[in-house]
Design a protein around this ligand. Structure first.
Ligand code: NDP
Ligand code: HSE
Length: 429
């Protein structure tokens, strides 16, 4: 069987996962790719670091030139992450006629257009399945299996770290910090976990999926973003009282040629399958005009699940079954689609106020909601302290503008201490 040499940039969580899969499933991979894959070089930053896996002598290097200048290396797998060097190394590798596989959503969402253009010019392939939702083969699903459809919406739990944190806070009652530490120890979080916790990682992934699904270049800066930092045990408890579970959702909808794009914590009905997507699992619900609703579920992070997507891409390159021109949608060559201003978006809302325990406060608040066309579905009031009361409302579908205007006025009420939470609701209708 013919041998093919590849190089891996990065030997952290995902890099070691890829190595393990290539060893463990070598026979199957040979059969499916028709090649015997040899990892000729692995780039790391610290060559003396103690590692879980002992590598053959001469494989580890801290010099990218050992890879770029080696013409026998045909595929470069970028798993160092971050922006600067990852992008530079991929460009240099493509200019040296090497195919690319990457899991780097930050780079694909920011510079995909530039990278795909270089891939096309250099006649090499650029694959990025692992950049969205770890082990779930969502890129192939959108690019191949669902191409008969006009996609109307994508709603996903697409960040494993935040889903792990919210699940642990909800189901085990542990704190945000403890849950984040566990997610980091398990290798799910980004090197800088603010990317997970503040929703940036999900925004990059949504930009990639929406670009492919809606055939337009979606700029990640146009996506409304809120992370999970402010979600408290109190909100989780209230959500449960109202029959909801809190998840970080990434939402992309197309209506009348306009896109609605947002990432934020969301209350979803506890009896919806998405509410039972726990720990590091991700799920993506796609609605196509032919297929109807389709839901994909699987591990969204971790060494082997992500490695599975990466090795799948390596095998696809060896089979050479997709040409770079298939990636045109994300490189902005299709129709332009306007992104709706977030003020125009409509949802139901959960709003929690901390108010003084005085007569009239509920009436004053309700009057302001009414004046701004926000109607209330349910409400609960709890006296948790002799000085204040917690008022929690669920609204009917309202525009973001009307909610904002109401809350501006409510904040000015003398008996309102604080607006403690505003969380959108997705009812999947
Ligand atoms: P890690 O931080 O675990 O590993 C990074 C690796 O890259 C380390 O081996 C590190 O070297 C090496 N490295 C970092 N910077 C450089 C550099 N400048 N030059 C050479 N080597 C460098 O990251 P992960 O494996 O978790 O993530 C890798 C990529 O995969 C990221 O883009 C991430 O977003 C993406 N991803 C991660 C998932 C996960 O579950 N973790 C899931 C899906 C995607 P050293 O070992 O010497 O420190
Ligand atoms: N940090 C990311 C997550 C890795 O938690 O989902 C997978 O992309």
């Amino acid at each position: 069987m013919e041998k093919v040499k590849i190089a891996i940039l990065g030997f952290g969580n995902v890099g070691t996962g890829v190595w393990k899969i290539l060893q463990e499933n070598r026979k199957e991979i040979m059969k499916r790719s028709n090649y015997d894959i040899e990892v000729a070089k692995i780039l790391v930053s610290d060559i003396n670091k103690k590692r879980e896996i002992e590598l053959p002598k001469g494989v580890l290097t801290n010099n990218i030139d050992d890879i770029i200048n080696d013409d026998s290396i045909k595929i470069v797998v970028e798993l160092i992450g971050g922006r600067g060097q990852a992008k530079e190394y991929m460009i240099r590798a493509m200019k040296a006629k090497k195919h690319i596989v990457t899991a780097n959503k930050l780079v694909v969402a920011n510079w995909g257009e530039e990278l795909f253009k270089i891939a096309e010019e250099e006649n090499v392939l650029f694959y990025y399945e692992a950049s969205v939702a770890g082990g779930i083969p969502i890129i192939r699903e959108i690019n191949e299996s669902l191409t008969a459809n006009r996609i109307e919406q994508i709603i996903g739990i697409i960040n494993g770290t935040t889903n792990y944190i919210l699940s642990k806070m909800t189901n085990d009652g542990i704190s945000f910090d403890e849950a984040l530490k566990e997610a980091q120890d398990k290798g799910y979080a980004e090197a800088d976990p603010t990317s997970d916790v503040d929703g940036f990682d999900a925004v990059y992934k949504l930009a990639i999926m929406a670009s492919l699904a809606f055939g337009t270049k979606v700029d990640h800066d146009c996506i409304y973003r809120e992370g999970i930092r402010n979600i408290s045990a109190v909100d989780i408890e209230y959500a449960q009282k109202f029959g909801y579970t809190i998840k970080l959702l990434a939402i992309a909808k197309e209506e009348n040629n306009k896109l609605e794009l947002r990432v934020h914590p969301t209350l979803i009905p506890s009896n919806h399958p998405m509410a039972n997507v726990n720990d590091v699992f991700n799920a993506i619900l796609i609605k196509g005009n032919a297929v109807g609703e389709l839901m994909l579920y699987g591990k969204g992070a971790g060494d082997l699940p992500t490695g599975s997507a990466v090795v799948g891409d390596i095998i696809s390159i060896l089979r050479n079954n997709v040409k770079p021109s298939d990636l045109k949608a994300i490189s902005g060559e299709e129709d332009f689609k306007e992104v709706k201003n977030s003020d125009e978006n409509e949802s139901e809302f959960y709003i929690r106020l901390n108010v003084k325990d005085r007569a009239g406060v509920l009436g004053d608040t309700a009057k302001i909601f009414g004046k701004n066309n926000v109607s209330i579905t349910s409400l609960t009031q709890d006296v948790v302290h002799k000085e204040y009361v917690l008022l929690a409302f669920i609204t009917h579908k309202s525009s973001e503008r009307n909610i904002r205007e109401s809350l501006k006025k409510i904040k000015e009420l003398e008996n309102v201490n604080e607006i403690e939470s505003i969380i959108r609701i997705e009812s999947f209708n």
